[in-house]
Design a protein. Structure first.
Length: 52
């Protein structure tokens, strides 16, 4: 049980605490749920990163 707690704590502190990573994960999940092609998912990721 402590292992699960440690994993969730790590995710909360390091992954979800970083806004760009969180937005990227939400975007990725949305594109996957829409059943977009791999090329579309990758293109959206590249476009988002090049804008910064």
């Amino acid at each position: 049980m402590d292992v699960i707690k440690d994993i969730l704590t790590f995710l909360a502190d390091n992954v979800f605490g970083q806004v760009p990573i969180l937005i990227g994960l939400i975007t990725l999940a949305g594109l996957i749920l829409q059943r977009k092609r791999f090329e579309d998912v990758f293109a959206a990721r590249c476009a988002r990163r090049s804008a910064w």
